[in-house]
Write a protein that binds this ligand. Sequence first.
Ligand code: PAF
Length: 282
Amino acid sequence: MKTPDVVTAVSGLRARVEDWRREGLRVALVPTMGALHEGHLSLVAAARKRAARTVVSIFVNPAQFAPHEDFDRYPRDLGRDCAYLAAQGLSDLVFSPEHDELYPQGFATRIEMAGPAVGLETDFRPHFFAGVATVVAKLLIAARPHVAMLGEKDYQQLLVVRRLARDLGLDVEIAGAPIVREPSGLALSSRNDYLGPLDRPVAERLNVVLAELVQSLREGESIAEVEQFGREALRLAGFDQVDYVTVRDAATLAKAEKPVAPMRVLAAARIGVVRLIDNMAV
Ligand code: PAF
């Protein structure tokens, strides 16, 4: 059990990281919005393998939520999150800023991105990546880590943040960690808590369908057929709306007419108001 210290000010975060850097220690940042689960702990564990010190940021970023989305009801419990990190014992510092610390009065900057931010999530959540890019840039500039860990569950986000760091010349490695799944295969997500008992069996079909699509692609089915089959399979499974089922170039997310290696199958679908995303390597 090692309880991480908590700082709320960027100045406090910087001072700690600067001390570690002076000692020659590598520092990792795991950016999160809290409501931590095993998936986050796996990011912390992966971070720990790459760095001697690990900072976990916890901030529910309003800029990445649209007005109709779940910003107000997004679960927030800093005490629980810190206890969870303490039990794991691999985090050194939690950075948990108040809103004004990251977005002071008069804040007027927004990072709009093209490249991997075009399409997929952006088609359904147009505000999302500008909000993510803006806050992640702020976190990376504030923490100055050597490496930042992001989960492959939000695969497009991982590529967006990697592009952001390159484009802004931030001296940081953006590393991805594999998706952590429940025994049913459902990818862990803080939003799984919104699923009712009747929604769960539907939600648990998402990964099964994706695995079938991966198998079909490996057996030589065409991308168009696989995508069409995936959409139908999710509707039949009970999803109320299928936002996308698509096969993309894993490095760029460009749409491939023919199979190219490596590829990724990505899907987003809704059960009522709960929106789930998942993806798998082909
Ligand atoms: O994936 C998340 O939890 C968030 O999008 C992130 C990267 C912490 C930015 O707010």
